[in-house]
Design a protein around this ligand. Structure first.
Ligand SMILES: [Zn+2]
Length: 395
């Protein structure tokens, strides 16, 4: 990692230099730390590192040493737990304007925070995650603050869909682009961390290039369970007709519930050291802890659908591999650890048309699941497995 020391450029703070795989953004942020603007828009797809970069910028602005990466202020900022760092994110589908400043996690709440004296001396960093989800009235409230920015306050808006933000907001922000990380970068990062190269590449492909998710998939032995559950369920649905298709939906639903249970334990363990470290939390930490608890609740609510989405993504990937095998494109496989072995019947019996149809059925189910207003996930799965059971391998 370059520290960027040269005659005309100030040194890159360690905490900024640690942002992986985004050299342009790092260079931009290193300059920004010395003369911060009032607002930044971090734009790029999920998993491109924009949230890490936002945390690093916050740490550099809040650290008494300019972003050492090691002190208490840096640790708290990197965990989004610094009391001068306030984070707004959608509690439901949208970010709402709120009744008044006391309405937590709303635009009015964040705007009011911008004008309050910070709890600790120094700057304040106000973050808006998924900023494209701001409702029009919420965006208007934030725009007023951006037009008359309070001193010592830096806004950081994050979005995977920056074009959905109102022009008025976008034009008040300096935009920092985070292009997707390359597969080679993700794989080499994981290999440097001591992970097996084949597993690292498999994890990268199953995670669609998202570094954080690829790391979890590659590190945790159980992290690929969802793929095995999904593929076994699909294979048994295929062999056993209607009853087996319904049983497959049941198996996958049960696995998703079990995942939710494990995640709940992990999140509780994640909060525990923070509480212990502080003993009884000081007053000004209460809101940070409450926010973490709210985040956990939201993650738990989404956990089952998330698990199902990974499962179906893996299933779609296995059919996509069958299409690739039928076309002789073995170097394009996603499931590189067990090419073609995962399917039932075996790869050699599939036509690419049949595999394409199966993939289509899975992708439709994923789209239905992604719509959170949609029916019971179990019904979506049942319909999908019934369709898979009905498709012959040679369509
Ligand atoms: Zn520091």
């Amino acid at each position: 990692m370059s520290t960027g020391v040269s005659a005309d450029l100030p040194p890159v703070p360690p905490v900024i230099a640690d942002v992986p795989g985004q050299d342009h953004a790092v260079a931009f942020l290193a300059r920004a730390v010395h003369r911060p603007a009032h607002a930044y828009l971090f734009s790029g797809p999920e998993g491109s590192g924009k949230r890490l970069a936002m945390r690093a910028l916050a740490a550099a602005l809040l650290c008494p040493h300019g972003g050492c990466g090691a002190c208490r202020a840096c640790r708290l900022a990197l965990g989004e737990r610094h009391s001068n760092m306030l984070v707004l994110e959608p509690a439901g589908p949208d970010i709402l304007v709120g009744k008044d400043a006391s309405d937590p996690n709303t635009a009015r709440w964040l705007a009011a925070q911008a004008y309050l004296t910070p709890l600790e001396p120094g700057k304040k960093v106000l973050v808006v995650l998924q900023a494209d989800r701001l409702r029009v009235e919420a965006a208007d409230v934030l725009l007023k603050v951006l037009e008359e920015p309070p001193p010592e306050t830096v806004f950081a808006l994050l979005s995977a869909r920056p074009d959905d933000l109102p022009d008025t907001i976008r034009s008040r922000c300096q935009q920092i682009a985070f292009p997707p990380l390359s597969e080679e970068f993700v794989v080499s990062t994981l290999v440097k961390e001591g992970l097996d190269p084949v597993r690292a590449r498999l994890a990268c492909r199953l995670a669609g290039g998202n570094l954080g998710r690829a790391r979890r998939l590659a590190r945790d032995e159980r992290a690929l369970d969802f793929r095995d559950v999904a593929l076994k369920a699909a294979a048994s649905a295929r062999h056993g007709g209607t009853a087996a298709a319904l049983a497959a939906a049941e198996t996958l639903t049960a696995a998703a519930k079990e995942f939710r249970g494990r995640l709940g334990d992990e999140l509780a363990a994640d909060l525990a050291p923070f509480l212990d470290e502080r003993g009884r939390p000081e007053d000004h930490f209460r809101s940070v802890i409450r926010r973490l608890e709210e985040q956990h609740e939201r993650r738990l609510r989404r956990a089952e659908r998330e698990f199902l989405d990974w499962s179906l993504l893996a299933l779609a990937a296995s059919y996509r591999d069958l299409v690739a095998i039928a076309a002789g494109g073995e170097n394009l496989l996603i499931n590189i650890d067990r090419p073609g072995e995962l399917s039932a019947p075996p790869a050699s019996q599939w036509s690419s048309g049949a595999a394409g149809l199966a993939m289509g059925a899975v992708e439709e189910a994923r789209a239905d699941l992604a719509d959170e207003t949609n029916l019971n996930p179990r019904l979506i799965l049942e319909r999908m497995f019934l369709r898979l059971a009905a498709h012959p391998a040679h369509a």
